[in-house]
Structures are given as C-alpha cells and as structure tokens.
Design a protein around this ligand. Structure first.
Ligand code: ADP
Length: 590
C-alpha cells in the first residue's frame, strides 16, 4: 500500500502531468495550426511571385523546356517545389521534374488546389503527392496577364518541417513534465517530512488505544490539524476510560448487591441462556455456576420454566409459588422482563424468595388454632351435655347428679389445664420470660423433683429413682430446669404401667455440659412419631393421652423452656421397652 508521502508525491505528479496534458491538448493543435498558416502564407506569396515570373513569358508563348527552366530557376530561390499548370490542366513546368518526366505527368486540372485557385483566386490543400509520394502542403494562385488567366502557379512544401516543429514542441513539453515532476517530488519530500514523524506517533498510540491501553498519551504538541487530531484522540481515550471505569464500578456494585441478596436471582436472555445467577440462587438450589447454559439444563422444574417463558413471550410480570420437590422447598417466584442489548428481544429476571419457613409457620398456626378449638370444644361439649342432663331431671337424682357434677369438674379442670398450658406456651413463644441464669447443681434439682413425685409414683405403683452420675455445675435457669423435669417425670409416670421403673439420672456431657435423663421402661414411642412429639397437640395415642389428662402441649412447653435457656432436649425410644428423654445443659448458655 502507498504511504502518505507516496500518495502526496503521486498527487503532485498527477497534477503536473495533468497540467502538461492540458497544455498539450489546448496548445498543441493551436501551435500546429499556426505553423501551418504561416507556411501557407509564405507559400502563397511564393506562388504569387512564381505566377508573376511566368505570366509574361507564358503570354508570349514560351513553352516546354524554356518555361520549365524558368520555373526551376525561380524555385531554387524559394526552396519549394513549384509547378506551373496550363489553363487546360497540362503541367508545363515543374521544379522537381523535367524533360520526358514532365511530359509523362498526368493532367493537373482536377487537383483541388488548382480548381480552387481558378474558382476563388487562391487554392490550398494538404495531401500526399502522387508525383513525389510525400505529404505536402500545396498553395496555388491563377497566372493572369492582360486580364486573362493563363494557368495556375502552384508551390508545394513538404509537411515534414511542420511535423518536425510539432515533435520538437512535444519533446519540450515532455521535458517540462519531467522537470515539473522532479520539482513536485522534491517539494513533497520536503513538505511532508515534518508530518511523518508526528503521524507515526499518532498511529502508534492509536494502535495502543485499540489494544485497550487507554492510559497511553499522544505527545504531539502542534498547533495545526495534527495537533488537534492528537488532542481529540487523547480526549476520546480519556472519556472512554472514564466510561469503562464507571461501568466497572456499576458492575461491581451490581455484583455486590446481587451476592448480598438473600433471595435467589436468575436472569436469562431472550433465548433462555442464563446470564446471571447470584450466590443465593446457586447455594439455595445447589447449582454449579450455570452462566452461559440454557435454563432448562439448570432448573428442570416445569413451573419455573413456565414463568420464564411467560415473561419472555409477553414481557409481563408474573408471580407464582413453586414447590421444588427435590429440595422440599417452597419459593415465591417473581419474574419481570429486562431490556436486552440494542436490537434484541428482552430477557427475563426471576427472584426466588424462599417461603418454606413462612408456609410452615402458617400451617402450624392454622393447625394450632384448629387444634386448640378442637381441644376446648371437646370438654365444653361434655360439660354442656352433663348440664343438659341435669336440667332434664338428673338433678333430682342425687347419686347421678353428684356423678355428673364430678364429670363436669373433671372437664372443667381439663379446660383449665389446657388454657394454663396455652398461656404458658404463648408466654414462652413471645419471649416475655427471660431465663434467670444462676449456677445450678443439677443433682439437687433432680432430687427435689423426684421427691415431689414420690407419693404419686408410690400410688401407681411405679419405682421412681434418682441416679447421680456426677454432672458438673452449669449456669442455667434452675426454675425452668425444674419445670422441664416435672413435665418429663409426669409423662414417664403417666405412660409407664404399674410396676414399671422410672430413673432420673444426671451425668456429665461434652464440653462441660450437664445431662439430665428421664428414662422409663414403659411402652416407648414408635420411631415414626419421634420427630413430631415435641409439636403442639401432637400425641401418639390421642384417646390414651386424654384419658390420662394430657393436653398434648407438655413436650412442646418442655422444648420451648429448654431452647429459651440455651439447652436442648432429645428423645430416644425402644418401642415396647421404654423411652429416654435427655436434657443437655451447656456449661454456659450462648
Ligand atoms: P401429653 O399431654 O399428651 O402427654 P406431651 O406433649 O407431654 O402430651 O407428650 C406428647 C406425646 O408423647 C404423648 O401424647 C405421648 O403419646 C408421648 N409420650 C410422652 N412421653 C412419653 C413417655 N414417657 N412414654 C411414652 N410416650 C410418651
């Protein structure tokens, strides 16, 4: 490819050549014409002279060789070929021919210059002479004498001279062209030299800009267009760098927001290819980084696909609650369209809000209200039944009335216990009761509790014993521990049949914790019920629990009491052989 200097040189050369060609085209024919005119005028004058020379002799009748000799003599003076043509067209004299040649020459009466001279007084013509076979310029004038026309005097000159003149002119023009080019080339080199260095510098830096090195600066300090170009390029790269920095900051901010979000965020482009999947989504759904893959490869749940497709198709917001079976989680999905790159269809952004816990709590609350109403309605219905029976006449039968009143009292007591337990649970759940922490010797609390149940155990009878396994002192709420143990021992005595055994054992646990276990050899709890017995109103055998005066809230209260002071309760059971409830009290609650 041609460089800048090459182009400049070429342009100068073209300009010089163009000018010369123009000169050649405009002046060439003009000069040629002028030379021709001049020659023609000279020849005409010579022809007139020749006519005058031969007029008188011809009038006298001089003819043949005498006339030809006259013509030859005169022609020598003018250095041109002279021909004398008689009125009838015969050539009677010619400076180039003589004797027999002259006699053999054909009639010249029809030569255009001869015809023209006779008709108009002057005749000229340029053509190839048949006599001498050269390109000649002819001029002819009539030979007159005494008012009559005797013939035509013609003078011819070879065009060679004119052609030579023309060729010489062309050579001169060519030489001028060469000179003009040399001057143009020299001027180009001279003028372009100071531009090349800065241009190279600008090009090198522009290349660096293109390669992303936006810190590069063009050091061209000039006041001309190059300087302006350098300044514009510097400014452009600076602006570009600012814009890129701003984009990077925006990106970092968006990334930070996305990764700080607790909700999962999934963005797909118009084709469904994942463009963003934040940390919460990847962790929550257990995904490897899905960016760049189609969403169908990543989330196979059809309901999620339906939301994405709806948003992509309609561009409208869509909200849906989806259960991800594989993970056992419930998500509130919200999908909106987001603008795609220029000229492309919009994509879709989905947020995954985990509502599993909220749904669970909602269900528990609903169940709780239903259960509580049900638990209260049962004794109430019984009470109303007995009251109606009394009103219907049973009141007049003292024995029956006393029995019915006893039943009413039992049910009323049950309702009171139930309401008491509900209030306790509600107090615990609301966090109103802060634990009273103190250093507690577990063995002492255990002994107290066992002692308080001794009479009840003896009545059943069930053997109730205490085992001190050397539990360390722990910081906990002694009163809560007592209430926990009372509930557990109460249950153990309730469910363990006569002749059974209940042991309350204290022992050291891991990391300085103390463990208090309540173990019985009663019916035990089937494994499938174990995970749920701490739930409110959950009972393995509803009828039996009611019969024994249970509310189904005891273990739930135990769990709340324990957790509220940083302790934990666990259960293990061997159905048919007994159950063991273990309360672990950390050395110091966290
Ligand atoms: P309840 O008032 O019915 O005793 P709890 O919440 O105290 O309610 O206990 C829930 C259920 O756990 C009981 O209904 C019972 O089926 C079972 N359970 C609790 N303790 C024992 C135990 N020591 N032996 C066998 N089953 C037990």
């Amino acid at each position: 490819m041609l460089g800048l200097r090459g182009r400049m040189a070429l342009t100068a050369l073209a300009a010089a050549l163009g000018a010369l060609v123009a000169v050649l085209l405009l002046l060439g024919p003009e000069l040629h014409e002028r030379a021709l005119d001049q020659t023609r005028a000279t020849l005409l004058a010579e022809a007139r002279l020749m006519a005058r020379v031969v007029a008188e002799p011809m009038a006298r009748g001089v003819d043949g060789d005498a006339l030809d000799a006259l013509v030859d003599g005169a022609a020598r003076e003018i250095r041109a070929r002279a021909t004398i043509v008689a009125r009838d067209g015969r050539v009677v004299g010619d400076s180039a021919l003589s004797g027999p040649e002259l006699l053999a020459i054909d009639n010249h009466g029809t030569r255009p210059e001869v015809v023209e001279a006779l008709e108009r007084g002057v005749g000229t013509s340029v053509r190839t002479s048949t006599t001498v076979s050269r390109n000649l310029l002819y001029t002819a004038v009539p030979i007159t004498h005494g008012g009559g026309t005797l013939g035509v005097a013609r003078v011819a000159l070879s065009m060679d001279g004119i052609e030579h003149e023309k060729a010489a002119l062309e050579r001169a023009l060519l030489a001028a062209a060469a000179l003009a080019f040399a001057i143009a080339a020299a001027l180009t080199a001279l003028l372009s030299a100071p531009l090349v260095g800065p241009l190279r510098e600008i090009m090198a830096k522009a290349r660096e800009f293109a390669a992303g090195h936006l810190d590069a600066r063009i050091e061209v300090d000039r006041r001309d267009e190059l300087g302006e170009l350098a300044r514009i390029l510097n400014l452009s790269s600076e602006r570009l760098r600012e814009r890129l920095d701003e984009n990077a900051r925006d990106r970092a901010r968006t990334d930070a927001i996305l990764s700080a979000m607790e909700d999962g965020v999934l963005a797909v482009d118009a084709r469904g290819v994942v463009v963003v999947a934040n940390r919460a989504l990847q962790e929550g759904l257990g995904l490897e980084d899905p960016t760049g893959r189609h969403y169908l490869e990543v989330i196979r749940q059809p309901e999620v696909g339906a939301v994405i497709e709806h948003v992509l198709r309609s561009g409208e917001r869509r909200q849906e609650e989806v259960v991800l079976q594989r993970l056992g989680l419930v998500f509130a999905l919200s999908g909106v369209a987001f603008p795609g790159p220029a000229g492309q269809a919009p994509g879709a952004v989905l947020t995954f809000h985990d509502v599993t816990e909220r749904r669970r709590v909602d269900r528990i609350r609903r169940d709780f209200v239903a259960n509580a109403s049900h638990e209260l309605r049962t004794p109430l219905t019984s009470i109303r039944g007995f009251v109606e029976a009394l009103e219907d006449g049973a009141v007049d039968e003292p024995a029956t009335a006393a029995r019915f009143l006893g039943k009413i009292r039992t049910h009323a007591d049950r309702m009171a216990t139930l309401v008491e337990d509900l209030l306790e649970l509600s107090r615990l759940e609301s966090g109103q009761q802060a634990p009273q922490l103190e250093t507690v010797p577990c063995a002492e609390v255990t002994e107290d509790v066992v002692a308080s149940f001794a009479a009840l155990a003896a009545r059943k009878p069930v053997a109730l014993a205490c085992e001190d396994g050397g539990a360390p002192l722990v910081v906990t709420d002694g009163d809560r521990l007592r209430r926990i143990l009372e509930a557990l021992v109460d249950n153990a005595l309730k469910y363990t049949p006569e002749g059974g055994h209940v042991v309350v054992r204290t022992r050291p646990g891991a990391d300085g914790a103390a463990v208090v276990e309540v173990e019985d050899d009663g019916p035990g709890i089937p494994a499938e019920h174990l995970p749920r017995i701490f739930e409110r109103f959950y009972r393995v055998d509803k009828a039996r629990s009611r019969e024994l005066g249970g509310t189904g809230l005891g273990l739930s209260i135990v769990k709340h009491l324990a957790e509220g002071m940083g302790a934990s309760v666990a259960v293990s059971s061997d159905p048919g052989r007994g159950s063991r409830f273990a309360v672990t009290l950390p050395a110091r609650p966290r």
